[in-house]
Design a protein around this ligand. Sequence first.
Ligand SMILES: [Zn+2]
Length: 74
Amino acid sequence: MISCSQATKQLWDYVEGAVDGAQRRVIEEHLSVCRRCCGEVEFAEELRGFLAAHGDTDLPEEVKVRLTSFLDEL
Ligand SMILES: [Zn+2]
């Protein structure tokens, strides 16, 4: 079982669909037993919706980095 901090670090990639099958299972295993991280996933999915709505071209890399750091701090 990975820790909350490890799960959070991978959360963005997970939400973005950038993880492979093995990573996805590890993260989902953690999320299934961790309410705190489940909340983070819901939040991350909202952010993903925001990103999708505004398009990649409107979002500088700096903003994505900031959002990722924000998720790390949740
Ligand atoms: Zn957790």
